[in-house]
Write a protein that binds this ligand. Structure first.
Ligand SMILES: CC(C)(COP(=O)(O)OP(=O)(O)OC[C@H]1O[C@@H](n2cnc3c(N)ncnc32)[C@H](O)[C@@H]1OP(=O)(O)O)[C@@H](O)C(=O)NCCC(=O)NCCS
Length: 153
């Protein structure tokens, strides 16, 4: 599956995907280009209307996957896994020590996917999602805490 780096302006289609994974518009704005100068965007599919997208930013010792999203019709075809593999290999080539990803403790499927790819739970950010403008309900539960998962390279 072809993963490519995207260097253009974010389109409506990109935003739809990004907001599906993280509905906090201001937060997404802050970790995507051009506002975040070091953020990198990777996609699968057409550049301006991709099937899947992923945003990474540098952190101490490596990279954080800040957003990952696959369009509803294309889920469970391995696209998120391919994006994560790509980012992990890139991080390794760049000499990073780790790749991190955070998600709500209520995101059971996402946590299972990341753990299947080798990430290990590495801490909880209590009440992280309570600062979001709208409450997030997932699997019948209020999203409150963020679980951080880490892959050591
Ligand atoms: C979470 C998300 C990004 C996963 O995207 P995806 O492209 O469907 O992910 P993958 O296809 O790589 O893996 C998803 C599942 O499909 C399975 N899968 C992968 N390829 C498959 C295939 N060819 N056939 C059937 N299943 C497959 C994987 O094993 C995985 O199963 P699991 O959930 O039991 O571990 C997607 O569901 C999404 O965009 N959700 C909304 C936004 C979101 O929650 N983002 C993450 C925020 S932290």
């Amino acid at each position: 599956m072809d993963v490519t780096a995207y260097h253009g302006e974010l389109t409506r289609a990109h935003w739809d995907l990004l907001l599906e994974a993280d509905p906090h518009f201001d937060a997404v704005l802050a970790y995507t280009p051009p506002q975040h100068g070091e953020a990198e965007v990777f996609i699968i599919g057409e550049a301006k209307t991709p099937y899947a997208i992923c945003v990474i930013v540098p952190i101490k010792g490596g990279f954080a996957i800040k957003n990952i999203s696959t369009s509803v019709m294309m889920r469970r075809h391995g696209m998120a896994s391919a994006l994560i593999h790509h980012v992990v290999e890139l991080a390794r080539e760049r000499g990073a020590e780790c790749v991190e990803i955070g998600t709500s403790t209520t995101s059971h499927d996402q946590i299972r996917l990341y753990e299947k790819l080798g990430f290990k739970q590495d801490g909880i950010l209590r009440d992280y999602f309570l600062s979001y403008p709208e409450p997030i309900i997932e699997n019948g539960l209020l999203a409150r805490d963020m679980v951080m998962l880490r892959l050591n390279l």
